[in-house]
Write a protein that binds this ligand. Structure first.
Ligand code: ADP
Ligand code: MG
Length: 341
């Protein structure tokens, strides 16, 4: 018996699993906690993420895909297997109901690494495994019909990278990927607070500031949030009040880089497709798309209407899962390669 089609978004920040007919069945951070000496996995996903910045010397918390490349191959494999095995249905006497699985990997992942991902997915119980490019999956998941001879532009802002692509006939016509995303936003905020207030804060606290009061525009309505860390001069814990204007200032460089890349992609877009985009607009996906006023900044810089997709954090997973129903067309467009067994 054939199992349902499954889409896995192996993101730099989050892993999501989409099952045909069921929707998103798993959404967990791409994080593992490992015992240093024995290399045993202590926790995966949410549990492991809680440990970031809070581990004793014998435990390391790793994000194996952090910058959009597989920095720790073994850990990636372990994580993928752990999640996949959890959702691949075991029926009868432990026999697997083997599904077809499409995996979306970050754009920076090499061919060798892609094969490793395929292998790990197969070992976890897949009947057939395919790999899809992130911008294509994002566009499908955002509801665009990318199979038509029509230009669609998508900007996916994940944890490690921002991927920008113009897609037509199932393939990316122009695209670019930069290593600026939610993680860089967080470290820019932490650096800013360190320089300006002599306060050291952790990456989780920086992310909280970004999500709660972060904005891409300085003169937006001002909001405040208290944040705690360690004062560098006194060496003691301290809580201070941070303004949303300060966060906007901290994020300015990152935002400029995204805006400039979006413009460059548009400048390289063939005129017919550019004309399509000027009427259909740009769609933003990925968790970073939720940063307040970011769409507005891209709109100002490009003169093109920008919308944030519904539920931007799950677009790639949805698109990855549903792409299995249009494999032939996507293969023609070059969005993925079919692997011979
Ligand atoms: P990836 O595809 O690389 O796994 P995601 O699309 O899951 O990344 O996005 C994760 C990023 O989105 C994180 O950096 C997270 O901080 C950020 N994020 C999530 N929600 C928000 C929000 N409301 N505002 C700004 N950033 C957000
Ligand atoms: Mg993603």
């Amino acid at each position: 018996m054939a199992g349902a089609d499954i889409g896995i978004d192996l993101g730099t920040a989050n892993v999501l699993v989409y099952v045909d007919g069921k929707g998103i069945v798993l959404q967990e951070p791409s994080v593992l906690a490992i015992e240093k000496n024995t290399k045993t996995v202590l926790a995966v996903g949410h549990e492991a993420r809680k440990m970031i910045g809070r581990t004793p010397a014998n435990i390391v918390v790793i994000r194996p895909l952090k910058d959009g490349v597989i920095s720790d191959y073994e850990a990636t494999e372990k994580m993928l297997k752990y999640f996949t095995e959890r959702i691949v249905e075991k029926k009868g006497f432990g026999r697997l109901v083997m599904p077809r699985i499409m995996v979306c990997v970050p754009t920076g992942v090499t061919e060798v690494e892609k094969r490793a991902v395929e292998e790990a997915t197969r070992e976890a119980g897949a009947r057939e495994v395919y790999i899809i490019e992130e911008p294509i999956a994002a566009a499908i998941g955002a509801g665009m019909d990318i199979t038509l001879p029509n230009g669609n532009m998508v900007i996916d802002i994940g944890g490690g990278t921002t991927d920008i692509a113009v897609i037509s006939l199932g393939g990316a016509v122009v695209s670019d990927s930069i290593k600026v995303g939610g993680d860089k936003f967080d470290s820019a905020i932490a650096d800013y607070i360190k320089k300006k207030h002599n306060l050291l804060i952790g990456e989780r606290s920086a992310e909280k500031l970004k999500i709660e009061i972060g904005t891409a525009i300085k003169d937006d309505e001002e909001q405040f949030m208290n944040i705690s860390g360690r004062n560098m001069i006194k060496g003691l814990p301290e809580t201070i009040k941070i303004s949303s204007r300060e966060i906007a200032e901290a994020l300015e460089d990152c935002i400029k880089q995204i805006v400039v890349t979006a413009r460059t992609v548009l400048e390289k877009t063939p005129p017919e497709l550019a004309a399509d985009i000027s009427t259909s607009g740009i769609v933003m996906t990925g968790g970073g798309a939720l940063l307040k006023n970011l769409g507005k900044r891209i709109e100002e810089a490009t003169g093109i209407n920008v919308v944030v997709a519904d539920d931007p954090l799950s677009c790639v997973a949805k698109g990855t899962g549903s792409s299995l129903s249009s494999l032939d067309l996507l293969e023609k467009g070059g969005a993925f390669k079919r692997k011979k067994k």
